[in-house]
Design a protein around this ligand. Structure first.
Ligand code: PLP
Length: 391
């Protein structure tokens, strides 16, 4: 019999692979499903980016193996974007590496840095990849609870020094998936200080840095004092330019860490298809008006969803960034039973909070990745099922 290794044997299918199966079932029954589950933008990739890939795909030079760390022109475009957006200077040759989407890098970082038994400090709830990759690399996750009381920010002073000493990696993610929480530069400075005292590599996942509302501009981890000494930032074009299917991202920051990741990747993958890199250069260096338009769209959807939740009795602070709403399930439900009930009774897909870790139990997540009318329709349906909820 063919068997996987020990780490794989306990690995469930990825959260959204499981949810996809339930959606397929509901659709097979002929139901009109509104999917507010996975955070996959419904807005198309901007036309200037599509035009660029279309033209470069005919250039036969682009059909060969790309460089595994990315075209220099792509790395220069990333550095240029950081300069313009955050006033951060990066050496495109030594401080930037391309990724096949940031999920790829966030998973591989565990394999490049952890020895068996080394600790990764991982927020909970969180994007599942940090925890899963740590387990697959035979590392040991140490959970940092994100709660309403701590404003969904890990408390470094609560980490026992015994765990901190064994830690090699610290994962953080602001704007945060799934909670929608944000942080300020002060929090990034604290992370740098903490990491310096224990020789930990900070891995900041900045996937949502460009999706913020009400005029808020999110900082980059790289703006923190001393960030390059201890950290790297993962980013991607997926959310900023609606390019989730294109698979391109990057890491920037600490030279040693970037060299290690580049060397790791040169041994396990062969880089991003060059036309995708040229399209990404156009995205980062071309006109940015699509980004402001997208923010307005999400902000309107957020307001629609908040209105729908408040009508049913929820009180939640408007998330100031990301395209997620994170809310408590009604008292008589668990995360799973609520998500199932809502899918069953109203054909609306929401994500159970426990899919992001045990501290997500008792919550659900709504992704604003359907248009405003569909979101309104989803809340009408939920209202007719739930009515007024008391907490
Ligand atoms: C969507 C997302 C990513 C980006 O994934 P890609 O692989 O770049 O498409 C990374 N981190 C978080 C928290 C996300 O939600």
């Amino acid at each position: 019999m063919i068997t996987a290794n020990n780490a794989m044997q306990n690995l469930p299918a990825y959260l959204f692979a499981r949810i996809e199966r339930k959606i397929a079932q509901a659709q097979a029954e002929g139901r009109d499903v509104i999917n507010l589950g996975i955070g996959d933008p419904d807005i198309p990739t901007p036309k200037n980016i599509i035009d660029t890939i279309a033209a470069s795909v005919y250039d036969t030079e682009n059909h060969r193996y790309p460089s595994s760390v990315g075209l220099l022109a792509y790395r220069q475009a990333v550095a240029g974007w950081y300069k313009k957006r955050f006033d951060v200077e990066l050496d495109p040759e030594k401080e930037v590496v391309s990724l096949l989407g940031s999920k790829e890098g966030l998973a591989h970082v565990a394999f490049a840095f952890l020895n068996p038994g080394d600790i990764s400090l991982i927020p909970d709830p969180a994007y599942p990849v940090y925890n899963i990759a740590t387990l697959l690399a035979n590392g040991q996750p140490y959970i940092l609870p994100l709660t309403e009381e701590n404003k969904f920010l890990p408390q470094f002073s609560d980490i026992p020094s015994e765990a901190a000493r064994r830690a090699k990696l610290l994962f953080i993610n602001y704007p945060n998936n799934p909670t929608g929480a944000v942080c300020d530069i002060g929090f990034f400075n604290e992370a740098v200080e903490f990491a310096k005292s224990y020789d930990i590599l900070v891995c900041h996942d900045a996937a949502y840095s460009e999706i913020s509302f009400d005029g808020l501009k999110m900082p980059s981890f790289m703006q923190a004092e001393g960030a390059k000494e201890v950290g790297i930032e993962f980013h991607s074009l997926s959310k900023t330019y609606n390019m989730t299917g294109w698979r391109i991202g990057w890491i920037v920051g600490n030279k040693e860490a970037i060299e290690i990741m580049g060397r790791f990747k040169s041994n396990v993958d062969s880089g991003v298809f060059q036309p995708v890199q040229y399209a990404a250069i156009e995205a980062l260096s071309g006109p940015q008006d699509s980004v402001s338009k997208m923010k307005m769209i999400y902000q309107e959807r957020r307001d629609e969803a908040i209105k729908g939740l408040e009508r049913m009795g929820w009180k939640i602070d408007n998330p100031r960034a990301s395209f997620y709403l994170w809310a408590k399930v009604p008292p008589e439900f668990t995360s799973d039973s609520f998500a199932e009930y809502i899918l069953e009774k109203s054909s609306v897909v929401i994500t159970p909070g426990n899919g992001y870790g045990k501290h997500g139990e008792g919550y659900f997540r709504i992704a604003l990745t359907a248009d405003k009318a569909r979101i309104a329709e989803a809340f009408e349906r939920m209202y007719s099922v739930l009515g007024k909820v008391s907490f």
